[in-house]
Design a protein around this ligand. Sequence first.
Ligand SMILES: C[C@H](N)C(=O)N[C@@H](CCCCN)C(=O)O
Length: 347
Amino acid sequence: MFIWQVIFALGALLNTFWLMDLGRFVFGIGGESLAVAQNTYAVSWFKGKELNLVFGLQLSMARIGSTVNMNIMGWIYSRVQDLLGYTGPSTLGLTLMIGGITCLFSLTCALILAYLDKRAEKLLCKEQGKTGEVIKLTDVKDFSFSLWLIFVICVCYYAAVFPFIGLGKVFFIEKFRFSSQEASAINSIVYIISAPMSPVFGLLVDKLGKNIIWVLCAVITTLASHIMLAFTFWNPWIAMCLLGVAYSLLACALWPMVAFVVPEHQLGTAYGFMQSIQNLGLAIIAIAAGMILDTRGYLFLEVFFSACVCLSLIAVVMLYFVNHLTGGDLNWSAKKREKLQKVAATE
Ligand SMILES: C[C@H](N)C(=O)N[C@@H](CCCCN)C(=O)O
């Protein structure tokens, strides 16, 4: 990602748009692979401990990053412009190079993590505990129905959050007559809420367990928020704050569930699939949402997003029953999980 951020910035410096496109394309592949690795690391180190909190903290860091980026890049661009005395490709290129410093920091952290992970593996003799099972893409055919339901919840839920935020600014300007600045502020509130709230919710889910119930609460709250935005003229800050809280709760409770339904050696494949399906869904839905907006307007768009959340709700309810009927541990309380973990350790 660091290398391709530099290539992206070089593309701007040289005023070569195709090079910028290429840089972003590979950067995107790297970014999602990084997220898969992060999730897998988190599970392998924290399953049975503070896993939901760790996911909450990851999300919080990512959201602090997005918020800082949204607010600081414009300022850096102006400073570079003042320094060079003109606007244009070199100003943009230099600004993007400066932005790349965060990728360098990320790379340094990844190298330190790799070293610590290797060292811990040796100290804890983790190699000996390995089952020798080989990772194959064909593992997909062994994925349980519960895992596929988690994928459906993920794609349908995120479809009503990320593409909505993408079109949100114009929505608030058109429907609520907000100024451009007010619309930007309300549109970023979801990410701003998620930065402090995600670790809090992560801790709560760790202490209480019952992941499916939390996901259910988050999906219902999100549906209420979209319905408010679609059919009422109530102050939209209420709906957007609700959406921010619901989104933070969902992300803390949903992603760790994968660890309960797949064996450890298939975790990377499962998270990789979850993100591929999520991104495919987001790409299709972002195009569909844009078309609906152009041809039918904002009411239809909000109804469309509400329908996506409804599909996600159906999948959560199905997951609840499938998990119950198959004796799955997705909805166990934290106490029960701890008790069974102790029993397993003594056996
Ligand atoms: C970036 C990825 N496609 C994604 O959707 N991430 C989730 C959270 C993933 C859990 C923490 N690694 C998000 O809500 O941003």
